[in-house]
Ligand binder design. Structure first.
Ligand code: ATP
Length: 255
């Protein structure tokens, strides 16, 4: 049986400033199943971040309804149903890697022993055990983003929201992080909502790709990615991979 994790119905978002206003999202309805990995894909300004922030209850839509993890988006936020990873890792430079990962647990007053145990587990999950006592500024951009992922997973959220987490990285690091993210996800199996403007990245990672078009931001296509899992780097040379990239690229034509 499929359980719905995130449901948006007729969501619109209008930003108003002074005399002008921008319709960032128009009438978006979508349904994401528990345990699914989906991407929100589209060019700059199509409303991807706006949509993610609405799901996270960091923004209130102008119209429409949002349900997350069986309740309202606010309830999901307050009960820590999701972890979030931003484009920049936002780590505390004066705290070691382990202490950055433990921060949410400290805020939730989890005991020191349990915090240390959980941090070790997360360091192992993201492959940073050897770097636990380094400071963020001693790590590469990709490693910093892995710390941010570990921290987002500290409270064992059932949903992971990711806003272009690898877009600041070079292509080589980005592809490696894509593979590592899938390896992490195969262990935690949370629902993932991943924002990107890279078509290959969305195809490589996702079960479904939600294509957004700009001005105003609308959901213009939903593409099933029926590529087998587990996926590894060889998939990038598979004709079926190229075919899906072409299908999605075509879906942008004329919008
Ligand atoms: N706080 C704001 N006030 C006014 N307009 C905004 C605000 N935030 C976003 N917008 C506008 O809403 C539209 C959607 O922006 P959003 O950041 O959601 O797009 P995006 O697809 O995530 O873009 P990018 O890929 O460049 O991050 C854009 O036209 C943007 O200028």
């Amino acid at each position: 049986m499929t359980i719905s994790e995130i449901e948006l119905q007729n969501v619109s978002m209008r930003y108003s400033a002074d005399q002008s206003s921008t319709l960032a999202l128009q009438d978006v309805s979508l349904n994401i199943t528990k345990g699914e990995f989906i991407s929100l894909l589209g060019p700059s300004g199509c409303g991807k971040t706006t949509l993610l922030r609405i799901i996270a209850d960091l923004l209130q839509p102008s119209e429409g309804t949002v349900k997350v993890a069986g309740g309202s988006a606010k309830e999901a936020r307050l009960s820590q149903k999701y972890g979030i990873v931003f484009q920049n890792p936002v780590l505390y430079d004066w705290r070691k890697v382990r202490d950055n990962i433990m921060l949410p647990l400290e805020l939730m007053k989890v005991s020191k022993q349990a915090r240390i145990h959980k941090a070790e587990e997360l360091l192992e999950l993201v492959g940073l055990t050897k770097f636990a006592d380094k400071y963020p500024w001693q790590l590469s951009g990709g490693m910093q983003q892995r710390v941010a992922i570990a921290r987002a997973l500290a409270m064992e959220p059932e949903i992971l929201l990711m806003d272009e987490p690898f877009s600041a990285l070079d292509e080589f690091s980005r592809e490696r992080l894509n593979e590592e993210l899938l390896a992490i996800w195969s262990k935690i199996r949370s629902t993932v909502v991943f924002v990107t403007h890279s078509i290959p990245e969305s195809v490589f990672l996702s079960d479904r790709v939600f294509v957004l078009s700009p001005h105003p931001g609308r959901l213009s296509a939903v593409v099933d990615i029926d590529l087998p899992r587990p996926r590894n780097k060889e998939l990038r040379n598979d004709p079926a991979f190229f075919q899906l990239i072409a299908t999605i690229r075509d879906s942008f034509e004329g919008v």
